[in-house]
Design a protein around this ligand. Structure first.
Ligand code: SF4
Length: 282
């Protein structure tokens, strides 16, 4: 039976993104490939807040008692090894039992599971099939991974998702938060798996405003890659307005945007063969 090093497991209301307002279980795994020490700092400087806290790391006995930081990564204890004693290794059965204890009906109903980190798509990908196919997890309806977007899906996990979630892709969300230069991470590291990182907008097609967006609505932006040229890629873009109280969604704007890949001097260069292969295999 697989195990996962768990920094936090708690029940709360999702405060952001597509599932804002939805009661959710958050599983925070240990480990991240970044440190994001630049958040909240003048450009080029690094936060030392977690280093100061780490001087007394042994005084903390649980994750909740840790001080909050105003600069750097706010979930530092989910990846900094100096705090790893706060993140027990828990068996899949142990995680599922703890989840059931925190669900209001003792089983999955309309709640949503958020697997977050640190970076949840590191080695724990190997454990997720065991977790998600546990008999007490089969009624889980909505699943989100909150990721920094640098990790590829491992083939076994990818196969598992295709087999078990392939008929309900709309219930599976990858909430990707790429780390920009303010994070302190380098562009090359943050965009590691993006094979065409220097893309600029070359044209935006006619924008069709279909409906007004009402104040207080959540705006969702969807993009679908529809064409790959030699140096360019075209996406259909759809903006939807979502009323979180009535759970109603409406398309309010459609357009298509074409990006061109450029080199460091700004000249167009071919889209990578790997991106073309991925697109053509769909
Ligand atoms: S990617 Fe996220 S969890 Fe990792 S260091 Fe950056 S902010 Fe923290």
């Amino acid at each position: 039976m697989s195990k996962i090093k768990v920094s936090e497991l708690f029940y709360s209301i999702q405060g952001e993104g597509r599932f804002m307002g939805v009661p959710s279980v958050f599983l925070r795994t240990f480990g991240c490939n970044f440190t994001c020490d630049g958040f909240g700092m003048p450009r080029g400087e690094k936060s030392d807040e977690r280093d100061i806290i780490a001087q007394h790391a042994d005084q903390y006995t649980d994750y909740k008692s840790l001080p909050l930081v105003t600069t750097g990564c706010d979930s530092y204890a989910s990846w900094d090894v100096r705090f790893k004693h706060l993140s027990p290794v828990v068996s899949i059965n142990g995680i599922v039992d703890a989840i059931l204890r925190m669900l209001p009906h003792g089983k999955w109903a309309s709640e949503h599971l958020v697997i977050t980190g640190g970076e949840p798509l590191l080695g724990w990908q190997r454990a997720y099939p065991d977790l998600l196919s546990h008999p007490d997890m089969v009624n889980l309806q909505e699943l989100t991974f909150e990721t920094n977007g640098t990790q590829k899906l491992e083939s076994k996990f990818s196969e598992y998702l295709k087999t078990h979630w392939g008929k309900r892709w709309d219930k599976l969300t990858f909430s990707v938060s790429p780390k920009l230069s303010v994070s302190g991470e380098t562009w090359d590291d943050a965009m590691e798996v993006c094979h065409s990182k220097n893309m600029v907008t070359i044209s935006i097609d006619r924008c069709v405003f279909k409906k007004p967006a009402k104040e207080g609505s959540l705006l969702k932006i969807y993009g679908k890659l529809i064409k790959i040229g030699n140096t360019s890629a075209t996406f259909n873009v759809e903006v939807r307005s979502y009323n979180v109280f009535k759970e109603e969604e409406a398309i309010i704007l459609t357009t298509s945007i074409t990006f061109v890949r450029i080199d460091d001097e700004g000249g167009p260069i071919p889209i990578s063969e790997q991106v073309k292969r991925i697109f053509n295999s769909k």
